[in-house]
Ligand binder design. Structure first.
Ligand code: GAR
Length: 192
């Protein structure tokens, strides 16, 4: 069974959903071995504790330090990394050590509404301002060339003309809840 590290910076609804999915699966392809968090005030920390999953809160310099980071992931025997609302760029040593073994979820239909500054609520505000008729989620590989990682899954949802950013966010979260754990499971199962 493969061992996943989830990297998260905020509320952690995706982290919780993924942890529960693999905890509750009768024959799981993976387990969440650890959550790495770069924000000591993040909601994800409490969610992990109540689910019995260890959460390592690390500073930016610690995450960027090859020795500290490699030791941390090694201690938990991590095979693959899932970015679930993680808002720090990964250092190149990590993307090369885990080449094709890191995936990220982005809350829009990339390449629409991606790039610098596009994360969380900012994405949904931009989608609302552009009066898009649909939005969605993109799950993609994270490699050395960050934004060019192969897209492995997209799902879309229709938007009403007056949907607010909060309503769009709720629709996107519903897609994330429904699809992200299953996509991770399929990706991990196909991994050598
Ligand atoms: C999720 O919607 C995720 O797609 C987004 O952050 C949110 C985290 O929510 N990620 C990005 O914007 C990455 N660019 P959560 O902390 O409740 O899982």
């Amino acid at each position: 069974m493969k061992r996943i590290a989830i990297f998260a910076s905020g509320n952690g609804s995706n982290a919780e959903n993924i942890i529960r999915y693999f905890q509750e699966s009768a024959c799981p392809a993976a387990i969440v071995a650890v959550v790495i968090c770069n924000n000591p005030a993040a909601g994800v920390i409490g969610r992990c504790r109540s689910l019995g999953v260890e959460c390592e809160v690390m500073t930016r310099p610690e995450i960027n330090d090859p020795e500290i980071m490699t030791n941390t992931l090694g201690r938990h025997s991590v095979d693959a990394i899932v970015l679930a609302g993680f808002l720090q760029m990964l250092p190149p040593f990590l993307t090369s050590a885990y080449h094709d073994r890191i995936i990220n979820i982005h809350p829009s239909l990339l390449p629409r509404f991606g790039g610098k500054g596009m994360y969380g609520r900012h994405v949904h505000e931009a989608v609302a301002a552009a009066r898009e008729k649909e939005t969605g989620i993109t799950i993609h590989l994270v490699n050395e060339r960050y934004d060019e990682g192969r897209v492995i899954f997209q799902a879309s949802v229709a938007l009403g003309p007056n949907d607010t950013p909060a309503e769009i966010e709720e629709k996107v979260h519903r897609l994330e809840r429904r699809h992200f754990p299953e996509v991770i499971s399929g990706w991990i199962s196909a991994m050598g």
